[in-house]
Every structure is written in structure tokens, then in C-alpha cells.
Design a binder for this molecule. Structure first.
Ligand code: PSU
Ligand code: MN
Length: 304
């Protein structure tokens, strides 16, 4: 029986029926994470990379009072261009569905939707985390709590230095979330393929990750697994270079008095402006790289 608040595309429904590998994708990255028209190009190409790898993409959003799992081209265009798209985190979910507003799902709500639909793997660019200056404002993304309570594997390129990376790792440790370096021993830092923060977990193949997911299922552990996949070297922006830009973006944010859910979208947009689009190209490339790995993990999980 289909969940009353889910609406599945034909492609996703068939994939579920046939036990095919499926990869969930978020929509906040489209509506609040990148400018038009690169956002919609990125969304379409990410889906096609997942199909080419032999899995089925399922981009998720809130449309017409339901979790829509698997979007049409028009839905992507709407999310990429409409001005009234709500950024939906866990606390906003019931309201946006009840009021039939159009909502873009963050990492948190994409995990919730994927789990309701029975999808185990989700690909994004970067997760939210503990923001810098936490001791003053206590801004911690709900993404970290979701990773602690929803059993979906999230593939990302680590976290940006707009966040406090060591505190983010500590938080995830406390919450029991495995943070796996994909073919690396150090936390990838989004635009940069590495950082000085050592991880305690590494995997060298999609099969290894799929095996850990199965064990986690069998144990009945409630949280997800966070796979951190370094941006390919040719697209990275060196740490020293991006650090200055991030410091500037955070200073601009403080000057503008931006807080709460507006913070991450503001910083992402400001970094794109300050790098004259270079950060956007890196951001898009790391999503493509994650899409390929996510599809491989979903396939390995499905065949075990
Ligand atoms: N980090 C990025 N790009 C993004 C986001 C984070 O590099 O688009 C989005 C994701 O949807 C993530 C959300 O779940 O921002 C986190 O927002 P907040 O910090 O308000 O929890
Ligand atoms: Mn926040």
C-alpha cells in the first residue's frame, strides 16, 4: 500500500517494484543552493549520470500536498525559478504539506521522504552542520539530527568551511553517525579535496559501504551513514584561497544581519559572487562525482 502522502513517478514506482537501485536527490540545492539556469542544468545532468550508471534517480520535493518522489522536467524548472519555494526542514514539513505550498527538501527532509519510499541512498553536494560561532548563536543544522535518526546513506563532498568542521564531526560522533572517507583518511572540505581533520572510518569501494549498510540494517540501528567523497583534484579550489572568501562571506552575513534558515543560502550565493562563479562550477562537478558514487553504492546494496 502506497503511503498516503507520497506521490511516486512511474519510473520510481517501477524501480521499486522491480527491486532496482534507486538514488534520491534533494531539491533545496536547486532552489536555494544555486542560481538559475545552472541549477536546472545541474539537476538534469545529475539524474542522467545516475541513469548512465544503471540506477534510477528520484529527485524529491513537496508538491500539491505530497512528497513527490521522482520529478518531471517542469517540476525541476519550477523549483529552479519560482520565487515562493519554501526551504523545508523537519519543523516545516507538516505545515508545507498541509497548506499545499511548494517546498524544496533539504538533506533532512529528503532523507525523510526517501525513507518513507524505501530508498536507501541519497546523493547531495554538502550537508548542513554546526555553524561557525556556535557558542553565540547555537546554529546547528537539523541535518545532523536527521542523520542520527533516519537510516539513509548520504553521499556528500564533506562540508564547507562556512561550518565549524571539527565541531560538526564531534556532534556526529556523539549522535553515533559513521562518517566514512571514500578512499581518503581525511574529511574532504567540499571545494577542497582534503582537510586536516582525520576520520576514523574509510572505505575503498562501493561494496564495502553497501556491506556496512546491510550490517546496520540487520542490527536495526536507526541512523544513517555519511559518505564523504573528495571533489576531483582538477575541480578543487585550494584551501587558502577559499578560506579568505568564506571569511568575507561570513563578515558580509553578519553585517546584513542574516540568521536562521536564510544563513546557508546567503553564504552559498555570496561565495558564488565573490569567486565570480568559479565556486559554482566546483560545486556542480562535485555533485556529479557524488552521483556516480551514489549510483554505485545503490547498485552494490541492491545486489548483495
Ligand atoms: N550545503 C551546500 N549546498 C546546499 C545546502 C548545504 O553546500 O544546497 C543545503 C542542503 O539542502 C542542506 C541545507 O540540507 O542547505 C542546510 O541548511 P541549514 O544549514 O539551514 O540546515
Ligand atoms: Mn540553521
Amino acid at each position: 500500500m502506497l503511503h498516503p502522502l507520497l506521490s511516486l513517478s512511474k519510473e520510481v514506482q517501477e524501480a521499486l517494484d522491480q527491486g532496482k537501485a534507486i538514488v534520491a536527490l534533494e531539491s533545496t540545492i536547486i532552489s536555494h543552493g544555486m542560481p538559475y539556469p545552472k541549477n536546472v542544468e545541474m539537476a538534469e545532468k545529475t539524474e542522467s549520470i545516475i541513469r548512465q550508471a544503471g540506477a534510477v534517480p528520484a529527485t524529491i520535493a513537496i508538491i500539491d500536498g505530497k512528497f513527490k518522489i521522482g520529478l518531471e522536467k517542469e517540476d525541476l524548472e519550477t523549483l529552479a525559478t519560482a520565487k515562493d519555494v519554501v526551504k523545508v526542514s523537519r519543523r516545516d514539513l507538516a505545515e508545507v504539506i498541509a497548506d499545499k505550498k511548494i517546498g524544496a527538501t533539504t538533506v533532512t527532509t529528503t532523507m525523510i521522504g526517501a525513507h518513507l519510499a524505501g530508498i536507501k541512498v541519497f546523493v547531495t553536494g554538502g550537508i548542513g552542520g554546526v555553524h561557525r560561532g556556535y557558542q553565540d548563536h547555537m546554529d546547528v543544522s537539523a541535518d545532523l539530527e536527521e542523520l542520527a535518526q533516519t537510516p539513509v546513506t548520504v553521499v556528500c563532498a564533506g562540508a564547507k568551511a562556512i561550518l565549524d568542521l571539527p565541531r560538526t564531526l564531534e556532534y556526529l560522533e556523539t549522535k553515533g553517525v559513521p562518517v566514512v572517507g571514500y578512499q581518503t583518511d581525511y574529511l574532504p572540505a567540499f571545494f577542497s579535496s582534503t582537510s586536516s581533520y582525520k576520520l576514523v572510518s574509510r572505505a575503498n569501494s562501493p561494496e564495502e559501504i553497501a556491506k556496512r549498510m546491510k550490517v546496520s540494517d540487520t542490527l536495526g540501528l536507526k541512523g544513517g551513514l555519511l559518505v564523504t567523497n573528495p571533489i576531483p583534484k582538477e575541480f578543487e579550489i585550494p584551501n587558502e584561497e577559499i578560506e579568505k572568501i568564506i571569511d568575507q562571506a561570513i563578515a558580509d552575513e553578519e553585517a546584513a544581519g542574516i540568521k536562521g534558515k536564510e544563513s546557508t543560502p546567503f553564504l552559498l550565493a555570496r561565495i558564488v559572487e565573490l569567486t565570480e562563479g568559479r565556486s559554482l562550477d566546483s560545486n556542480i562537478q562535485l555533485v556529479y562525482n557524488n552521483a556516480k558514487l551514489g549510483a554505485e553504492i545503490a547498485l552494490a546494496y541492491q545486489t548483495k
